[in-house]
Design a protein around this ligand. Structure first.
Ligand code: PLP
Length: 409
């Protein structure tokens, strides 16, 4: 039998296996379904001081569930940052609505409230903010705008667990809904998975119902469908009183998600430690070849990744050369930013044709230069990994960066 690489899997070595065994032994809890997901939801809600948490099969599904609960539909517009993953745009399209791209701040890389204001029309229904790389957006300004125009606010925290703003508020708890991804690269993971939180019972009900196939007996608190066999096993029982998707988290994923949530603070602390060490080595180098994502005063970054603006062009150093050098010095990789959503081919082509969601016509009034800051940043961002197993692994990355900076000094 092939030997298991002991360096791998360190994130999943505690209750993950115990809970997985439990759920496998239970034949997937037939008759008492959602056992692990309920436990996971209860713990996740508690750690965020929220009344409701709803587990889901991905951090894309969660965004779709949230927009649906806001009533986003055909012809509506949702403002999203241009600098984010395509999934933020996909879910708007999945609602039959149109993503309208707001530019980002050149220093924090986060959605710019001033540009949000400029992009609001009478079709705008919601603002999706993305706490990119683990840093929270300026929620005070965003909530103020949302209140003024009666818009819903969705906080995409896929990359942001237990970050704080300058008022000590936890990421994901300020807008109407918070949304997280538990995909494998995230602070905590169940391979694939997602979770939503809210304090609003109606939104919780709508999100759970939409992701739970519209089963009649779903409530804001519970996705259980097999509640009362005598009532259920009856030819007259009507199962679905609404349309929906099957976005439910599997019990296997929920078993892992529960164990991971138990150690959430541990994983976040580890990434914060890595992020802070990257900053330290850059500050000590006195070089400006990398300019770290700016953390506003009294904000606490959760460092899903350490992101910096590459500033080597002026001295003739290419992005790809810097990356190669970093790898040569033992670095484990530098990731580039995704295309801005408006420049991903599917969104670009839809906009160019003036068509969206099938035959829906869209206005082209925003033109193409509407997010110049995001477009420029995208080409120059470097993302460094922060998910090292231990201090030796972190040291290796920091040393590689130190040597790379010195090489180009
Ligand atoms: C900012 C952001 N939003 C949404 C998603 C989508 O999450 P998932 O991959 O779980 O569908 C991701 C994941 O990569 C993300 O980084």
């Amino acid at each position: 039998m092939k030997k298991i690489n002991s360096k791998k899997g360190w994130r999943f070595r505690n209750n993950e296996k115990k809970y997985l065994n439990k759920i496998l032994k239970s034949d997937f809890s037939a008759g008492s379904d959602n056992y692990m997901s309920e436990k996971f939801e209860t713990l996740f809600a508690k750690k965020h001081n929220q009344k409701f948490a709803i587990s889901s099969n991905s951090g894309t599904s969660t965004l779709h569930q949230a927009l649906h609960s806001f009533g986003v539909g055909h012809g509506d517009e949702v403002i999203i940052p241009a600098l984010t993953v395509g999934m933020c745009g996909f879910v708007v399209w999945q609602c039959g609505a149109v993503p309208v791209y707001a530019d980002v701040d050149s220093e924090t890389f986060l959605i710019d409230p001033n540009d949000i204001k400029k992009k609001i029309t009478n079709k705008t229904k919601a603002i999706m903010v993305v706490h990119l790389y683990g840093l929270m957006c300026d929620m005070d300004k965003i909530i103020k705008i949302a209140k003024r125009y009666n818009l819903k606010v969705l906080e995409d925290c896929a990359q942001c667990f237990l970050a704080y703003d300058n008022k000590k508020r936890i990421s994901g708890t300020i807008g109407h809904v918070g949304s997280w991804s538990l995909e494998s690269s995230k602070h905590i993971s169940s391979s694939e998975g997602g979770v939503l939180t809210t304090n609003n019972k109606l939104l919780a009900y709508k999100m759970r119902k939409f992701g739970g196939l519209g089963f009649t007996n779903i409530t804001a608190n519970s996705g259980k469908v097999r509640i009362d066999k005598n009532k259920f096993q009856n030819p007259n029982w009507k199962r679905h009183n609404e349309f929906g998707y099957n976005y439910r988290m599997s019990e296997l994923c929920a078993a892992v998600a529960l164990a991971q949530t138990e150690k959430l603070e541990f994983f976040v602390k580890k990434r914060k430690n890595s992020g802070n060490q990257f900053i330290k080595v850059i500050n000590e180098s006195k070089s400006n070849i990398l300019i770290p994502q700016k953390v506003p005063k009294d904000y606490i970054h959760s460092y899903y990744t350490f992101a910096a603006l590459f500033n080597g062009k002026s001295r003739g150093v290419r992005w790809s050369d810097f990356r190669k050098k970093f790898l040569n010095f033992g670095g484990d990789g530098i990731y580039s930013a995704w295309q801005t959503v408006n420049n991903e081919p599917c969104f670009y082509k839809a906009r160019k044709k003036g068509l969206y969601s099938g035959s829906m016509k869209i206005s082209n009034s925003y033109g193409w230069g509407e997010t110049p800051v995001a477009v420029k940043l995208q080409k120059n961002i470097m993302q460094f990994t922060t998910n090292q197993k231990n201090s030796n692994e972190i040291k290796k990355q920091i040393l590689a960066l130190k040597k790379t900076i010195e090489y180009y000094q």
